[in-house]
Write a protein that binds this ligand. Structure first.
Ligand SMILES: [Zn+2]
Length: 124
């Protein structure tokens, strides 16, 4: 249909059975945009088909591509953060274990001190 060079190799047939001419829009909302139209006088059968893409569609395609890139970047960042989160969870688990161990040591120390004080009270 539309080559990189802008040359059109498509043969479009209108409702009259004729091959269409390539025309260029002079409308305010589509200036310079090319289309196929019936080559018969006064618009002939009225056949009409755009060749060049709509500028709005092209803009939306470009925005979609940008949004998709942002999505991929966010996906990557989320994956990275997920890894960090797992690492922090592991560290938290280790710290909890250390805390429990320290608590047990403290409890044993309290028992020893209480025994010592009790012995001192009983035996002077
Ligand atoms: Zn026609």
């Amino acid at each position: 249909m539309l080559q990189n060079s802008g040359i059109i190799d498509e043969n479009v047939i209108c409702n009259c059975g004729n091959s269409c001419n390539v025309r260029t829009s002079r409308a305010d909302n589509n200036p310079g945009r090319r289309f196929f139209g019936c080559k018969m006088p006064k618009g002939g059968c009225g056949y009409f088909k755009w060749i060049d893409p709509s500028p709005e569609v092209e803009l939306l395609k470009k925005k979609l591509k940008e949004v998709e890139e942002d999505r991929d970047t966010l996906k990557y960042k989320m994956k990275k953060l997920g890894g960090k989160f797992d690492s922090l969870k592991q560290k938290l688990k280790e710290i909890k274990q250390e805390r429990d161990c320290a608590k047990a040591k403290f409890n044993r120390l309290v028992v020893v001190v209480l025994c010592f004080l009790l012995a001192k009270i009983i035996f002077g």
